[in-house]
Design a binder for this molecule. Structure first.
Ligand code: ADP
Ligand code: MG
Ligand code: ZN
Length: 442
């Protein structure tokens, strides 16, 4: 019997807004002294009233648009009710029936480089909980730090479209890359700024209906552990089915020491959150114009940029991926390409140089790289007589460029410089060549 995994992902990302989701406390709590970023709202004191952080909503919309979602003109905040020490109000303000963004998609790469479209069910706005700090030893007990309580959180929920762990890894990496391009979050998993949850079931291959159960994997804080946990879970579930038994619907965690998943909560203990509209907040109404403004201001996103690099500069897919890994390196490369044009250093040369030499963009400038590429060629031709000969030949072969230049088109000179560079296998000294060409053309 062959089986096929059915996997859906829920990703939480903390937004890097100035203030929290429903109060004016600073949302930048990392490393701050405990319980210093608090007020009656985020401490859940009776009578305190929340108000909506527009910056957070804008950033949630950016994420939705980047994932090809529809932004709803009218959405609603609701209370998700449950009791836990890290949730002082006894409910989390979230979105359920009327989320801000719905129905998106993202292409991911799986085994053997195969591409698959993952449907995004929704992207909604909510708030983070406080942080429990467990103490061991003499001071045994649990302390609560409310600095994180109410920090803006966005949840991105997919349809159960994943069938391979390689797709999951690629999806999570792409999301992280998008958050960073948008500048809405550092999305550092170790700091808990990005968190993954997976829902897993398995079905017989070819079966059309989704399994009636699903196992949720929670509280896993690295891509690697998530992949290991999902792989383990797929095997475990197939084994249970092979024995002719049913799989229990439950929540499981990952034990990294024993390399296995373990039960955290069974279906009987599952919550009924009793969602209902948050009475202290208005409906969130957005104008078409506002949504359009946010859309127009989006930066070019990595997948698009990468395709552009392949097409415009003739780079391979792998090269384009490396050079669009971060917005920083992509912009560095683009600047280098612009500078390179002035010296007849082409994009492919630059791409090879930056990738092969593992250039640290924090430590160098695009212009420096071009200098190095030019200086690297052994046997630079600086001799004026030799350069003059080459220049004359190129002038003879490019009457159009010569004519253009004489009519005042400065850029036509680049064509001639490029011609000499090709003729000399890139060895002509440009600083000497330029005045020679200019003199011959005048
Ligand atoms: P809930 O409100 O309980 O979180 P959702 O409908 O939002 O339920 O689904 C949560 C996640 O579970 C989604 O990512 C969805 O794709 C996934 N999911 C739903 N059905 C299955 C299934 N049969 N197997 C695996 N994942 C599933
Ligand atoms: Mg859920
Ligand atoms: Zn506050």
């Amino acid at each position: 019997m062959k089986y096929e995994p059915v996997i859906g992902l829920e990703v939480h990302v903390e937004l890097n807004t100035v203030s929290k989701m429903f109060c004016r406390c600073s949302a930048d709590y990392f490393g701050a002294e405990q319980n210093t970023h608090t007020c009656p709202v985020c401490l859940g004191l009776p009578g305190a009233l929340p108000y909506i952080n527009e910056e957070a909503v804008n950033k949630c919309i950016q994420i939705g648009l980047a994932l090809n979602c529809t932004v709803t003109k009218k959405s609603l905040f609701e209370r998700k009710n449950y009791f836990y020490p890290d949730l002082p109000k006894g409910y989390q303000i979230s979105q359920y029936r009327w989320p801000l963004c719905i129905g998106g998609r993202l292409w991911v790469v799986g085994d053997n480089g195969e591409e698959k479209e993952i449907r995004i069910n929704r992207v909604h706005q909510e708030e983070d909980t406080a942080k429990l700090v467990h103490q061991f030893g003499i001071q045994y007990g649990t302390l609560i730090d409310f600095n994180r309580s109410g920090v803006p959180l966005v949840e991105i929920v997919t349809e159960p479209d994943f069938t391979q762990t390689s797709q999951i890894r690629d999806y999570a990496k792409k999301l992280q890359q998008i958050f960073r391009y948008l500048g809405v979050s550092e999305a550092d998993m170790e700091k808990g700024q990005m968190r993954l949850e997976a829902n897993i079931s398995v079905k017989r291959e070819g079966e059309r209906e989704l399994p009636k159960y699903r196992v949720e994997l929670k509280n896993i804080n690295s891509f690697r552990f998530m992949v290991a946990a999902v792989e383990y879970e797929i095997k475990r579930q197939i084994e249970v089915l092979e024995k002719g038994e049913k799989i229990a619907q439950e929540t499981r965690g990952w034990n990294e020491d024993k390399k296995c998943t373990y039960i955290q909560r069974s279906k009987e203990e599952a919550h009924d959150y009793r969602y209902f509209p948050e009475p202290d907040l208005p409906e969130l109404i957005l104008s078409k114009e506002k949504i359009q403004r946010i859309k127009d201001a989006l930066p070019e996103l990595p997948q698009n940029k990468s395709k552009g690099f392949e097409k415009d500069f003739g780079l391979t897919k792998a090269q384009a991926a490396v050079l669009t890994d971060t917005k920083g390196i992509a912009e560095f490369f683009e600047e280098a390409v612009q500078d390179g044009k002035k010296h007849a250093v082409d994009a492919k040369q630059l791409a090879n140089f930056i990738i092969n030499r593992k250039i640290n963009i924090e430590e160098t400038l695009p212009a420096k790289i071009i200098e190095e590429i030019l200086g690297k060629h052994k046997g630079v031709i600086a001799d004026e007589e030799k350069l003059g000969k080459l220049a004359k030949q190129v002038i003879k072969e490019n009457p159009k460029a010569v004519e253009d230049y004489r009519k005042g088109k400065e850029t036509a000179l680049q064509v001639l410089i490029g011609g000499v560079m090709r003729l000399s296998s890139g060895k002509a000294d440009i600083s000497k060549l330029k005045p020679i060409l200019e003199k011959l053309l005048s």
